[in-house]
Design a protein. Structure first.
Length: 341
């Protein structure tokens, strides 16, 4: 899959590149494996072509972050089986090992959550803010001007594992654990640190009457980098986020309403120093499939964030507002074509 974003890369880049193997089933289990660079199968929202959202123009903050910083460069195995005793029910187990995702988590600590539809290419760099959203305890925790989110720094593999239960397409529930197993004190010659990042994740889809459905995701974890300073590291940050989307699809129309809340907070920080990224957002979207290839859409998005738990914090001392409120409205036209090789 290829992509181009003018403020991230000056060239066309790859967002995924992998080989997939699906052997003919010889037992009750159906196997699938992937080798290369790919997204772990986390999202219940970004299931459309090109890992885009099937329900709106922007992604939730969870899937925005996945598109920005999360990619597995390695191997994955999935095993699925149904049950004759319970027709319509199936279980999937999956796991993967990967390299090249050591800086994952840096963007959450430096900038916080965001909501958009852009994805980072495998050979692109990400720009950062001049001031860290979460104040570090030492100078090396300040943002770099830009960094490579898919680089290998400590040469130790990370892993993920998950399980999914599905019932006739009416209900799907998935649990997932990710750990990049990075050494938070490892760094490159350019002083780009590895970030030790782990999280748990739950996603669900529920079909409702009248062509409606309810989907949602939750994620919660931690990221840290730099030397051990006692109760914390140079950057030591917890994060969590969740969203719920109500969607209704017709013959060619789809209407969706999404509400989400999110938080990034330093681990064991004193209240008067604490910077946070504590906020919520909601989006209303309309998609219209004019032809099998042509789709138009519109979306209104409102996002609000509070950065301080007390009257003042480092965020304000750096000259930034305590609260931020943003609203946007966008209209898009998408033309899709399929190439057979």
């Amino acid at each position: 899959m290829v992509d181009a974003v003018d403020d991230v890369s000056s060239r066309i880049d790859l967002t995924e590149a992998f080989l997939e193997w699906r052997p003919v089933p010889r037992t009750a289990w159906r196997l699938r494996s992937r080798l290369g660079a790919f997204y772990p199968r986390l999202s219940v929202e970004n299931t459309d072509a090109g890992w885009s959202s099937a329900y709106g123009l922007s992604s939730s903050v969870i899937n925005t972050w996945i598109g920005e910083e999360l990619r597995a460069v390695g191997a994955e195995l999935r095993a699925t089986r149904g049950f004759a005793r319970w027709p319509g029910h199936s279980v999937t187990l999956e796991g993967g090992a990967f390299y090249g995702n050591d800086p994952t988590g840096a963007l959450l600590a430096w900038r916080g959550w965001a909501a958009h539809d852009r994805q980072t290419g495998l050979f692109s760099t990400l720009p950062t803010l001049s001031v860290s959203a979460i104040e570090p305890w030492a100078p090396e925790g300040q943002p770099l001007p830009k960094y490579d989110p898919f680089t290998e720094i400590d040469h130790d593999p990370g892993f993920y594992a998950g399980a999914e239960w599905q019932w006739e397409g009416r209900l799907r529930v998935k649990a997932f654990h990710y750990d990049n197993h990075a050494d938070p004190e490892a760094e490159t010659a350019a002083e780009e640190y590895a970030w030790q990042t782990w999280f748990d994740h739950v996603g669900a889809e529920l079909e409702l009457p009248c062509r409606t459905a309810l989907i949602g995701q939750w994620i919660g974890g931690s990221t840290r980098m730099g030397a051990n300073l006692g109760p914390w590291r140079v950057q030591d940050t917890d994060f969590d986020a969740a969203f719920v989307t109500l969607t209704r699809g017709g013959d060619r129309h789809r209407f969706s309403l999404r509400y989400e809340w999110f938080d990034v907070r330093p681990f064991e920080d004193p209240d008067y120093l604490t910077n946070r990224d504590d906020g919520s957002a909601w989006a209303a979207s309309w998609l219209f499939q004019v032809t099998p290839q042509l789709r138009v859409g519109a979306e209104y998005l409102a996002i609000a964030t509070d950065h301080c738990t007390s009257d003042e914090c480092f965020w304000q001392w750096n000259g930034l507002p305590r609260t931020t409120r943003e609203e946007s409205f966008q209209v898009t036209v998408r033309w899709r074509f399929d190439a057979l090789l």
